[in-house]
Design a protein around this ligand. Structure first.
Ligand SMILES: Cc1cc2nc3c(=O)[nH]c(=O)nc-3n(C[C@H](O)[C@H](O)[C@H](O)COP(=O)(O)OP(=O)(O)OC[C@H]3O[C@@H](n4cnc5c(N)ncnc54)[C@H](O)[C@@H]3O)c2cc1C
Length: 389
């Protein structure tokens, strides 16, 4: 799919040759391997996640921005571009890559022991082992500080009990990074999913992210050795650091879904005639296109800025919150607006727009809802914490 006319401001010039090469490679893979099948996966609510993971692993897309242990060691901008191109095909497929790389692998890479890194990361980078990240619970989503899942010491072991909800990849995972409360505060554990007492039920009847596997985890006295605890993860700031990583990918990814909607709507409006002329020729339609293209380009500028900052000095959490809040909100608005341009066809699975719009509803909610990111920014601006009311 050509995207050049959408780049009104020549923002491509902000990228290096190497970054453009990576982007083009991922775009080709998404076009060849995902795009032709994804409407069908979405409709059936089934995705060949394990096969895709192996293919993405061969390309170095899993844990792409991490170094060592078989990871590609790419820049933040290159990783962002990969997320954008994957999400232009489907947010669920980008979620597979984000959760594997930025949540599960990052947690082990940043907080794990050398033994844990050697055990899990090379296989995860290759896509042969799948990871998931269990923070959200049925009764605690936006307020993970109040989590109910417990880990208690028993001799040299830990015993985990509780449950996790809405966990991407859980039903197909080999290892689950589980966050639990201990007497010393929140701790993380790399739990092999075959451990007795660990079960992951697939959540079905989703109306969004249907090309992504989501599960509910039950931890029924799951006994793991001390060597399963992530030794460097101390307190809630550890899982929150992982979320900051994953949100960065979403800042970029959401733009991909929006770009795809806009490209499809432009194509459609050029040939769809009403009142004897292409609907692209109506002023109201052009106003929609102008506003959407501007938002898309502003979102890209924001993403590139955050990416360059990440590569130079690192990002503060509120900076990532600003990017996630803006780019997902605008992407969803673009998807809904493009839907109107396709009229009745806008709701058809023959076109990707409704799928993207439905997917973006999840993207708006996971990795911190829009409201939570507004509160993060509000706290930064005012110095007052409004999370409790
Ligand atoms: C498809 C999908 C995949 C996911 N994958 C994962 C995963 O892999 N791992 C994981 O751990 N989690 C995952 N999640 C969970 C996701 O992160 C949570 O759904 C999200 O954090 C919101 O939590 P909640 O659903 O419990 O909503 P709630 O926290 O109950 O929020 C409900 C509403 O209340 C609002 N709200 C809450 N607190 C406040 C407040 N203080 N002020 C104002 N408004 C507030 C929220 O913004 C929201 O609008 C996934 C979710 C989905 C849908």
């Amino acid at each position: 799919m050509t995207t050049a006319p959408l780049d009104l401001l020549d923002l491509d010039t902000l990228l290096s040759d190497e970054e453009r090469d990576i982007r083009d490679l991922v775009r080709r893979v998404a076009d060849d391997r995902v795009r032709p099948h994804v409407a069908d996966w979405y409709e059936r609510g089934e995705v060949p996640a394990r096969e895709l993971a192996v293919e993405f692993g061969k390309l170095g897309l899993l844990g792409m921005h991490l170094t060592g242990y078989g990871c590609a060691g790419a820049s933040a901008v290159a990783y962002g571009l990969a997320c954008l191109e994957l999400e232009a095909a489907d947010s669920g497929v980008r979620s597979l890559v984000s959760v594997q790389g930025s949540l599960a692998m990052y947690a082990i890479h940043r907080f794990g022991s050398e033994e844990q890194k050697q055990r899990w990361l090379p296989g995860m980078a290759a896509g042969e082992l799948i990871g998931c990240f269990g923070l959200t619970e049925p009764d605690h989503g936006s307020d993970p500080a109040n989590m109910s899942t417990r880990a208690r010491r028993d001799g040299g072991d830990w015993v985990l009990s509780g449950g996790k909800m809405w966990i991407t990849n859980a039903p197909i995972a080999d290892v689950a990074v589980i966050w639990a409360r201990t007497e010393e505060g929140v701790a993380g554990f790399a739990v092999p999913t075959g451990t007795p007492g660990f079960t992951a039920r697939e959540i079905t009847r989703k109306m969004s992210l249907r090309a992504s596997v989501t599960g509910e985890i039950t931890l029924d006295d799951v006994r793991v050795p001390e060597s399963a605890r992530l030794p460097e993860a101390r307190g809630l700031k550890a899982p929150l650091a992982c979320l900051t990583e994953a949100r960065f990918g979403i800042v970029w990814g959401a733009l991909g879904a929006a770009r795809d909607c806009l490209a499809v709507a432009l194509d459609y409006a050029a040939t769809r005639e009403q009142f004897g002329r292409p609907i692209a020729g109506f002023q109201l339609t052009q106003a929609k296109f102008a506003d959407m293209a501007l938002e898309l380009q502003k979102g890209f500028l924001l993403a590139v800025h955050l990416g360059r900052l990440a590569d130079a000095v690192g990002l503060r959490p509120e900076q990532v919150s600003a990017g996630k809040l803006n780019n997902v909100r605008e992407a969803l608005a673009i998807a809904r607006q493009c839907r109107t341009i396709l009229g009745g066809n806008g709701i058809s699975g023959e076109y990707p727009i409704m799928r993207h719009a439905n997917n973006l509803e999840s993207v708006l909610t996971y990795e911190g809802t829009s409201e939570i990111h507004q509160l993060v920014l509000g706290q930064k601006l005012t110095g007052l914490d409004a999370f409790g009311g």
